[in-house]
Each structure stands twice: as C-alpha cells, then as structure tokens.
Design a protein around this ligand. Structure first.
Ligand code: SF4
Length: 442
C-alpha cells in the first residue's frame, strides 16, 4: 500500500487556467502552509490533492471529472487522502461535484479560500459563498523564504461587464477593488522579500477603482504611480484589461511611468461591430483602433497583445474578414485565439453555433496571421538593447533565462549572474518562442 511519507503533511495542487488561479494557488498553499502542509510535486505522495479549476475554456467540468476519475485508485488505496476542488468550476458546480464524485472531500469557491484550513480541519464540506470579508486579509503572508524576482498581486476580482460568452461574472461575482493601503502593504512586503517585478491582477484589472488612504476613490493610473514609488521595485505589469476601462490617466501613466513595462494585453475578441455587439463588448472596432492610437501616442514602443474568439454565434465570413483587417491594422506582438465554445449559464449559450469546420478554418487563418505578426515582432527585437530580469538558470551551464521588458523569454550566457539580477542585454537571435542575447556591461 502506498502511503504519504512521515514528516510534514504534503499538499499537491494542480492549477488550471489563468494567472489569477496561479496566484490563488500560491495563496492557498500559504494558507495550508500555516497549518503545517508543505507543497509536493508528487501527487502519489500527497496527503491532500487540490484541483484549482478554470471555467473559461471548453469542457472545463468534464476535464475536472476525468481528473477526479483518475484519482479514484489513489483514494481507494489511501482513504485518508483529502481531495479538494477549488476555482471557478467549484463555484459553478458546488455540491454537485461531491454528488457525482463522492471521493471529493471539499469544494471551495474563489471567494472563500481563507476558509480552506478550517474546512480541512472539519474534514470537508462545500463553501461557495461570496463572504463580505476580504479573503486576502484573512490569508497568511508568504513565508520569508519565497524569493522569486517576479510576483503576482491581485488588486481586483470579479466583473460587471457580462460579455455574452463569459462565466466570470457568475463564478467570480461582482467587481471588487481592494483598497490602496492593502495593496501597497502587500507590494512593499513582496519587494522586501526580493521581488523586483509585480504583475497586478484582476479579471478586469484596469476597472480597479479603490479607496485611497485618506478616503476618496483612486483610479488605476494613480495606483500604478503609487506602487512605482516603492524603492527596490523595478517593473510593473497588469492583466487583464477591458478597452472601455483604459482611462486617460492610465494611458498617460504608460507614457510617463518608466517602471510600467511597455506591454499591454488588451482583449478585443472580434473586429466586427456586429459580433462585438452580440458579445456585449460595448465598443466598436473603430473605437478600439482609436484607443490603440492614443496608447501608442503615449508609449510608441508598446507591445500589444489580445484575445480573439472565432466562430461566435452568428459570425459570417464578412465578420471574420473584419477581424483579420483589425489584426492587420494593429499588428500584435502575440495573441491568444480560440474557437468559440458555449458556456452553460451565459447569454450566448443557446445561440445557434457556427458550423465547426468553418470555425476551424477561420481559426487557422487568424492564427497564421497572428503567428506571422509574432515572428516579425520577435525578429524586430534582434539588435536591440533590452533589460532582462533573470528568473532561473537556463538549459546550459552558465546560462540564465529571464523576461525582457516585452515579456519575451530571453536566454543569456551569464555565468556570474544570479536569479533576480536585472541586466542590460543585446538581443542576438530570435527562436520560435524565445530570444537569445548577450550581456552588456553594467
Ligand atoms: S470583461 Fe472579461 S471577465 Fe468580464 S465578462 Fe467580459 S470577458 Fe468576462
């Protein structure tokens, strides 16, 4: 019989989906760390397995149930193994998960993570409430040993936009912005632990509008400026944004705040006004393009990335061509594109779908165009001098890998360097998904 080894209890977390979930998994690991659990990468040795789920992509619930099916033999061997389901599928499915899969001990929604240790102590349960208390205030801080040079910081959760294809407003709830003082405290704490780059996270992060230290409301641009004042912090990024929340002060911050990296993920989803309306995006293609003009006027070297949904219900060839035209006009550094798949509970769920082969062909055409743009953007970096923040050793001896200002992975021969060094590099080569460069004198 397999058993978890002696010593501290071991927690295995599988994280699906977006950076919000990566951040949440870290915070849950920290919460369980305070209860004596340490992380393991070996599921078979775990005392507790936590699946932190995502509901954005196709067949999320089915994927969860098939992963749970694979855990059945382990649970049969070790009935004391605790199995938990967190994240957006947990929120959407609730106690249905335990009904369908009795091997699951607990189900916890994204707003109730701070209650996870208590649930484990109690032996399990279901908590998918949207509690009034701020979960972040009830989650323990990262142990002082965590010294990754780049970290996430959630500033905002939930969404009030109700795009017709999206489950987020239902699984993560209404928009909530954390107050400035709490964000600054967490940011300073991260920097004190060696963090040099912070990515501010939120489902609709640029819609953040939080309470300022002396009362009164701040906008997101002002928050970025306040964070940029922290000594020792070198880089700020944020994701994910909605075009309608690119306020003037935020655009201005892209021009004036050097710590704000020249990289912006700004999903547009489609280039057709008809489809944008059907998606309830509340802006037109032209408005998006003029917004890009304003952002580029503030920060000419900014790299833009986006999300696209292909084959949204009602999409015609003409709509698809409008999307290609928009992509041609903007020129993206990279982009994520997906074939539409209906999410239960969303307004578009019951709408007649575009024929699958047609949607596949459109997706291929769009991805080919986006790949060409990505390749051109990467090759355009060759010969340029960029800053690179080293995050880990590379594959070869003496090699380090880090992220450029534009979020490209960059491999550099730097035998003397260490993780956390921020260096100047001349880019010498562009490969499929990364760049190579040589160290410049400090
Ligand atoms: S803005 Fe983003 S998170 Fe909000 S409903 Fe639309 S796609 Fe979903």
């Amino acid at each position: 019989m397999t058993t978890a080894s002696d010593g501290p209890k071991k927690l295995f977390i599988k994280t699906y989906g977006c950076q919000m979930n990566v951040y949440d998994s870290q915070r849950m690991a920290e919460a369980m760390g305070a209860e004596g659990y340490v992380l393991t990468e070996d599921q078979s040795q775990a005392d507790m397995v936590l699946l932190n789920t995502c509901h954005i992509r196709e067949k999320a619930a089915e994927k969860l149930y098939s992963d749970l099916g694979r855990l059945k033999p382990l649970k049969a061997e070790r009935p004391d193994l605790k199995i938990g389901v967190a994240g957006c599928v947990a929120q959407a499915e609730g106690d249905e998960i335990i009904r369908r899969m009795p091997i699951v001990d607990l189900v916890v929604g994204p707003q109730a993570y701070h209650r996870l240790p208590a649930m484990v102590k109690k032996g399990g349960g279901v908590d998918t409430e949207f509690p009034v208390e701020d979960k972040f205030e009830h989650l323990p801080k990262a142990p002082a040993t965590r010294r990754a040079p780049a970290a996430f910081l959630t500033v905002q959760e939930g969404c009030d936009k109700f795009c017709a294809f999206c489950v987020v407003p239902y699984t993560r709830g209404a928009e909530v912005s954390r107050p400035v003082s709490r964000i600054l405290t967490e940011a300073r704490d991260l920097v004190a632990r060696g963090v040099r780059e912070i990515t501010l996270l939120g489902q609709n992060v640029n819609g953040w509008h939080g309470e300022g230290p002396g009362g009164g409301e701040w906008g997101f641009g002002r928050l970025i400026r306040a964070i940029a004042e922290i000594d020792g912090l070198d880089r700020i990024r944020y994701t994910t944004s909605h075009p309608n929340d690119m306020a003037d002060d935020l655009i201005e911050a892209h021009g004036s705040e050097q710590k704000l990296m020249p990289y912006l993920h700004l999903p547009v989803q489609s280039g057709s006004d008809r489809i944008l309306k059907a998606m309830n995006r509340k802006h037109t293609a032209e408005e998006y393009l003029r917004l890009i003009d304003r952002i580029r006027a503030a920060r000419p070297d900014i790299m833009l990335t986006s999300d696209f949904i292909v084959g949204f219900p009602g999409e015609t060839d003409e709509d698809h061509r409008a999307t290609l035209k928009l992509v041609e006009e903007v020129g993206f550094g990279t982009a994520f594109s997906f074939k539409y798949s209906p999410r239960p509970g969303t307004p578009a769920y019951d709408r007649p779908e575009v024929e699958s082969v047609l949607a596949d062909a459109r997706l291929q055409e769009l991805q080919a165009l986006l790949s060409r743009q990505q390749k051109a953007a990467q090759e355009g970096m060759v010969g340029r001098e960029l800053s690179v923040l080293f995050e880990k050793p590379g594959r070869n001896d003496g090699q380090m890998v880090g992220k450029s200002d534009y979020l490209h992975a960059v491999f550099v021969e730097a035998p003397e360097a260490k993780v956390g060094d921020l260096v100047r590099v001349r880019i010498t080569h562009s490969a499929a998904n990364s760049l190579a460069g040589e160290l410049l004198a400090a």
